[in-house]
Ligand binder design. Sequence first.
Ligand code: COA
Length: 170
Amino acid sequence: MNIQLRKWTMSDKGSLTTLCNAVDRQYLSDRLPSPYTDSDAEWWLNMVKEAEGKTGLFRAVVVDNLVVGSISVERKEDVYRIDGELGYMLLTDHWSQGIMTQAVAQISRMAFNLLDLQRITAHVFLSNIASARVLEKNGYEKEATIRKGAIKNGKIHTIVQYGLVKEDAC
Ligand SMILES: CC(C)(COP(=O)(O)OP(=O)(O)OC[C@H]1O[C@@H](n2cnc3c(N)ncnc32)[C@H](O)[C@@H]1OP(=O)(O)O)[C@@H](O)C(=O)NCCC(=O)NCCS
């Protein structure tokens, strides 16, 4: 299987809209509009065009030439700017084939090199075992358990914080 992380372009409006409307949202941020429209995609792709390589890395996860997911590392602000927040999503049909494990390995390496970060942070719902496993397989360490850290669809969740520091990644 050929897994590539490629930069988004404005011509990805259709594939981004399809991805965001099809993805399983149970563990995703409510920031992702639902339904996801063409104008949502246009706004986001314009934001990415401005931020790419400066305040973040944003990549389409491409398998056999099809966009099946999205992954990003976004630099935090102010005194936290040496830290980046990792986020990702993958279409359900492609789960459990090792795709996101490889994608996280690739973007973590790129983010340390290109964004001059000292660490990368990820937050997962305690019940999101697959996501925690992806992070652990990439050397991310469990750093904190945040009780009642988030609410999704009316249910309160415990959040687990994972981190990878630069020297442990190399
Ligand atoms: C989380 C997600 C990215 C995982 O991607 P993926 O490509 O399926 O992950 P991988 O195949 O690389 O690895 C998944 C690991 O979790 C394990 N796993 C999956 N479901 C599991 C479960 N219910 N219980 C225990 N382990 C599980 C797999 O066996 C695998 O581990 P292994 O290699 O040791 O066997 C994907 O499921 C997804 O997009 N989910 C929805 C969005 C999301 O949760 N985003 C993350 C927000 S932080």
